[in-house]
Unconditional design. Sequence first.
Length: 395
Amino acid sequence: MENAALLKAIIDNAIDGIITIDDHGIVESINPSACKLFLCTPEAVIGKNISTLMPPPDRQQHDEYIHRYQRTGVPHIIGIGREVTGLRTDGTTFPFRLGVSEVPFASRKVYAGFIHDLSREKEAEQQLQEYAAHLEELVENRTHSLKETVQALRLAKEEVSFSLEKEKELGMLKSRFVSMASHEFRTPLSAIQLSASLIEKYALPYENANIHKHVAKIKNSVGNLTAILNDFLSLEKLEAGKVEPTCVPFDLVKLSEEITEELQMVAKQNQSILYQHTGTGSIVNLDQNLLKNCVINLITNAIKYSGEDTFIEFLTELDSEHCIITVKDNGIGIPDADQKHMFEAFFRAHNTGNIPGTGLGLNIVARYASLMNGRIKFESNINQGTIFTITFPIS
């Protein structure tokens, strides 16, 4: 008796609906969850054919299954996990996943149906499809706009003469184009980033691994495109002579700790950025923004070109004559044949494979360091890592 009471309590409190029918399709029992799904009472269903809970044409197909069983004695058992449609008593329908089990009971056969409501999952799928369509439309529109802009620039270049004045005008046009393209890209990229975050937030209750995987891909792609835009903007400003260092005193240790905390958030799994400062003082007189860009670029490269479960060492040192910044990783290293080209614009080592990058980062770091009278050097060995060091004189 106690086991029977426990079984009844489990069925009555199950989250999914449970219905049992005999071999003629007549409902013998229905639990509260199933009643809630079909908007019915047990009295209204028990004793009736299960097909009353099915909309056409499922109802007619089920009747045929019953007739076939009565003729042949071979039941039609629906496979586990099949998606079907249910009919509520108010005439509305809803999707659910149905699993059916044959249960020998008291010298006869009883069939138990387990009903899992898919309404929320289907709504979530529809929302994701709408989000995806919206994102695709945004990308398509921006791509079309960019193609038109590039075409306009190409036509403008063809019309420019070789005179100094025309060459100056072309340079100004290129500068405006890069600025405009950056702005036009940043707006949709920000929208995509926000939409991806919202999708991830709204999808949390569904615990769908595929949603999390594709949202991560979107965020990673947006991050890569943003980094490319930043590199091109920095290069354009350097080429146009628009970068002038503004050196003011600031706390090097505080800045370094902030950078470490920020980049630790984007590090790979179990990658650790270890920061350490040497020296009795921490105040330096440099351009804080340019220095921050240099350090972020070097540590980001260390993250990209190192594997999971690795350490990245970030060191600062101050003595009476120099300020020294060091970033050391245990990554893939730089081939000997490529090392002499590492600070050239658009150059990438041949062992980088599919790792994203523009080949501009180290060129920009070297030029920023030079603007502050600094110099950069490195040591590297294949599969043993790389050490970058930037040294600034202290006047």
